[in-house]
Design a protein around this ligand. Structure first.
Ligand code: CA
Length: 156
C-alpha cells in the first residue's frame, strides 16, 4: 500500500451528513472536521443526498431519520440493495428499542439517538472506523455468520 496511513482511529476520508436541523448540522460539520475527515458533504433532504451520492462515494454516511422528504431508513435500505459499501450511522430522535432494531435491520452499522454527546458520536465513529480498517467487508460477514449460532445459543 503506497497511500499514507490515516491517523489511528480516524480512517474515514469522506463523509456525507444528511441532517435537516441547521444548528445541529453546523455543529456536526465542525466536529467532523476536527476528526480530520477531509471531505465533508452535507444534505438536508433525501433528494439532495441522492444527488450527492450519484457523484460521490462517501466512506461514512451519517443519516438522520426524520427528514423533510421522508425517512432516512428508506435511503439506507436502498443503498444496501445497491451494494453501498460505506459505513452508515443513523442519527435520530427516534431512540426507542423498536426504532433502533429497525435501523440496524435496514443495513445501518450503528444507531445513535438524539440528544447525544459529541464525545459519544466521535467514539462511535472511531470504533466503526477501526472495524472497517481491520477487516475487509466480506471477511467480516463470514466471521459474523460463524459467530452468530454461538450467540443464539447463549441467549436462547
Ligand atoms: Ca430531522
Amino acid at each position: 500500500m503506497s497511500e499514507p496511513t490515516p491517523p489511528p482511529g480516524h480512517p474515514y476520508r469522506s463523509v456525507l451528513l444528511v441532517e435537516d436541523e441547521t444548528a445541529l448540522a453546523q455543529a456536526l460539520k465542525i466536529a467532523l472536521a476536527r476528526l480530520q475527515i477531509p471531505e465533508i458533504h452535507h444534505a438536508t433532504t433525501l433528494r439532495q443526498a441522492r444527488a450527492i451520492l450519484a457523484k460521490n462515494t462517501p466512506e461514512l454516511l451519517i443519516l438522520d431519520r426524520n427528514l423533510p422528504d421522508g425517512d432516512g431508513l428508506d435511503l439506507c435500505r436502498k443503498l444496501r440493495k445497491e451494494k453501498f459499501d460505506g459505513t452508515i450511522l443513523c442519527l435520530t430522535a427516534k431512540g426507542e428499542m423498536e426504532d433502533r432494531v429497525a435501523g440496524l435491520d435496514s443495513g445501518a452499522d450503528d444507531y445513535l439517538a438524539k440528544p447525544f454527546h459529541w464525545e459519544e458520536l466521535a467514539a462511535r465513529i472511531r470504533a466503526l472506523g477501526r472495524r472497517r480498517e481491520a477487516k475487509p467487508p466480506e471477511a467480516e460477514k463470514e466471521r459474523l455468520w460463524k459467530v452468530e449460532p454461538e450467540r443464539l445459543r447463549i441467549h436462547g
